[in-house]
Write a protein that binds this ligand. Structure first.
Ligand code: PBG
Length: 342
């Protein structure tokens, strides 16, 4: 009877316990094993490169808070895009720097068929026809107020009149040859209105990448330097989302999908990984994450101080965004990453 002789039993159960030790380190032992079991891969196909265009000729101006990022005049932008495409980057997101003299309260310049964006898109499509051109649909670069919408006398951002402008802007970009339009303004109902207008204009093939869960974030500072588009008063909290909210992001995503979005976005990315993860669980559409200007600037600044290993931190950050659920990443690191992955 075991109760008469407990010793062997004890010994047996001890060795049982030893056999049961799990050793996950086995699969981490060599580089080949680690590659074999790697769950997430970052590839250049995942990357969308945001680029800045300005009027003029033969100029390239570095954005001081975004070292390594430039505003280009069209001629130099085209050269850069040829290089970028050769590196395997399939898509760019275009943002214009509009001269103060062409800004007004209503953003009229935004739907000028011969405006900076429209001219640039046409030229890109002529020079590098296969690169995917994504255009930004929002008023801020065109508005004297620096807001994403039309502002009334009391400082209120007007929703529906803004949507009318966004619709004209999106159609003019599509007619210029944009493959995808990307409303980044956070007005209610704009995705549906843009979809209808694109279809009515015969642009069935033009997609919508909706900035669905876009937060009122302090990480956009360097971008606003780049475009000289900081709001002239107040903040963007009546249209962009509160950083404290997650459920609301799912609601915004559901609305944009119902209105016809082809892809949805979470922005910023780094401080919003939980949102990326939740959005991914809710939809079968491609999910994009925007690794925004402030996230870029933080890595660049620490790297310039020699405090972090820049290349490794970039790859870790972007891989983590994919792991969280992002299918696509808009990132100013796109070119560097393409070079690293080559
Ligand atoms: C504006 C817009 C912003 C960004 C992209 N589109 C700034 C804002 O909402 O104020 C930010 C991108 C970045 O910070 O990299 N429609």
């Amino acid at each position: 009877m075991s109760s008469e002789n407990p010793t062997p039993n004890n010994t047996e159960s001890e060795s049982d316990a030893q056999v049961l030790i799990q050793r996950p380190r086995r699969l981490r032992r060599t580089p080949a094993l680690r590659r074999m079991v790697q769950e997430t891969q970052l590839t250049v196909d995942d990357l969308i490169y945001p680029m800045f265009v300005m009027e003029g000729e033969d100029q390239k101006v570095e954005i001081s808070s975004m070292p390594g990022c430039y505003r280009y005049t069209l001629d130099l932008l085209l050269k850069e895009i040829q290089q970028v495409y050769q590196l395997g980057i399939n898509a760019i997101a275009l943002f214009p720097l509009i001269p103060e003299a062409k800004k007004d309260e209503f953003g009229v310049e935004s739907y000028n068929p011969d405006g900076l964006v429209q001219t640039t898109v046409k030229a890109i499509k002529k020079t590098v026809p296969d690169i995917i051109v994504i255009t930004d649909v929002a008023l801020d670069p065109f508005s004297t107020q620096g807001h994403d919408g039309i502002v009334d006398d009391n400082g209120v951002i007007l929703n529906d009149p803004t949507v009318e402008v966004l619709v004209k802007m999106a159609v003019s970009q599509a007619e210029a040859g944009a493959d995808i339009v990307a409303p980044s303004d956070m007005m209610d109902g704009r995705v549906g209105a843009i979809r209808k207008a694109l279809d009515a204009a015969g642009c069935f093939h033009v997609g919508i990448l909706a900035y669905s869960a876009k937060y009122a974030s302090s990480y956009y500072g360097p971008f606003r330097d780049a475009l000289d588009s900081a709001p002239k008063f107040g903040d963007k909290k009546t249209y962009q989302m509160d950083a404290a909210n997650a459920r609301e992001a799912l609601k915004e995503v559901a609305l944009d999908i119902a209105e016809g979005a082809d892809m949805v976005m979470v922005k910023p990315a780094l401080a919003y990984m939980d949102i990326i993860c939740q959005v991914k669980a809710e939809t079968n559409l491609p999910v994009a994450a925007y690794n925004v200007s402030g996230e870029y600037a933080m890595i660049k600044a620490a790297a310039q101080q020699g405090w972090i290993d820049e290349k490794k931190v970039i790859l870790e950050t972007l891989t983590s965004m994919k792991r969280a659920g992002a299918d696509l990443i808009l990132t100013y690191f796109a070119k560097e990453v393409a070079l690293m992955l080559h």
